[in-house]
Ligand binder design. Structure first.
Ligand code: ADP
Ligand code: ZN
Length: 300
């Protein structure tokens, strides 16, 4: 049984594990994200300690990282967090720092792509080579697997910043995105719900009008993704999706918006299995980092 290291590098906290799969977590630690120097030192300390403690060596380390991240292997800043609004973190060499300290193969992807790879390996994306993973939390992020590879391009997808129709009569709220105001994230991320209604999502009753509006915005974004990328499944995660009445509302709206245009039985007859929750729950990110490490060394 080979062991791997996984890092979920978030803007507020880091989670590191040593594992060989979802039911085999040998060690775990979590700590708040402070300065890059201190935080990455904590990461390295954990894996160095674990390399001594565990009976098996760690074969590779995967990182699911908050962005923007340079994912182009040919770029001189490959594996760096590039220009980020998070103070102190711009131009942080994530891959190089950990590779140098651990002398191990290290792989990086966006936090959402990592979560998608977790679901691909052990969850709701199993056996699918084309699916999308959207997380609706503090921000909105999207990634996924298309043609059997995680979605990259010029940089990486920024699905949270797509434009969706905004009816100012129905919803006069200006949006919270510092770059675009009323992009998808600006209209529908967790903090937006609080800013619009004066109360965090977790405290709003199920019959509150917030949920119909939220389901509408998420469904509009999902319709765009279905039409652009033709995914075989759409996985919706993140804190806001814990509102359990959202998923059925989103499915109904997507179905209405598509209006029978996309002729696939997966959508027409079985939308409950087409738009789904992540099976790994809040473990998707860190398990995805493990799966990335496994795939890097040809274990999958
Ligand atoms: P992050 O995106 O920082 O990783 P989460 O995915 O947990 O964190 O998302 C946090 C957001 O989810 C917060 O804005 C919070 O208000 C919202 N949230 C958490 N639980 C619920 C809930 N039950 N219903 C609606 N919103 C929720
Ligand atoms: Zn935006």
């Amino acid at each position: 049984m080979k062991l791997f290291g996984g890092i979920e590098a978030g803007g507020t906290k880091f989670i590191c594990i040593v594992s060989s799969g979802p039911d085999k977590i040998m060690a775990e630690t979590r700590f708040p994200t402070t300065t890059p120097e201190k935080t990455l030192q904590q990461v390295v300390n954990f894996f160095q300690e674990q390399s001594v403690k565990q009976e098996e060596p760690i074969s590779a380390i995967g990182i699911g990282c908050f962005g923007p991240v340079d994912l182009d292997p040919a770029s001189p800043t490959f594996g760096f967090i590039t220009l980020t609004p998070k103070p102190g973190w711009s131009n942080t060499d994530m891959v190089g720092t950990i590779r140098k300290a651990m002398d191990l193969p290290v792989v990086i992807d966006t936090d959402v792509n990592a979560a998608a790879v977790g679901e691909w390996t052990w969850g709701a994306g199993k056996d699918l080579n084309d699916f999308i993973y959207l997380t609706i939390g503090t921000g909105i992020g999207g990634g996924g697997v298309i043609n059997g590879k995680t979605l990259h391009g010029l940089v990486h997808p920024e699905m949270g910043h797509m434009r969706i129709p905004h009816d100012w009569q129905v919803d006069p709220f200006i949006g919270t995105c510092p770059y675009h105001g009323d992009c998808f994230e600006g209209l529908a991320a967790g903090p937006t719900i609080k800013a619009r209604w004066g109360q965090a999502g977790e405290t709003l009753p199920v019959d509150h009008p917030a949920w119909n509006l939220e389901a509408k915005y998420i469904a509009l974004a999902v319709q765009n993704l279905v039409c652009i990328l033709s995914p075989k499944r759409v996985i919706l995660g993140g804190g806001v999706m814990q509102q359990s009445n959202l998923l059925p509302l989103i499915r109904k709206n997507v179905s209405d918006y598509l209006n029978n245009y996309v002729q696939s039985p997966a959508i027409l007859n079985d939308i409950d299995h087409y738009i789904v929750a992540p099976e790994l729950g809040n473990q998707a990110g860190v398990m995805g980092a493990i799966a990335l490490a496994q795939r890097l060394v040809g274990y999958y």
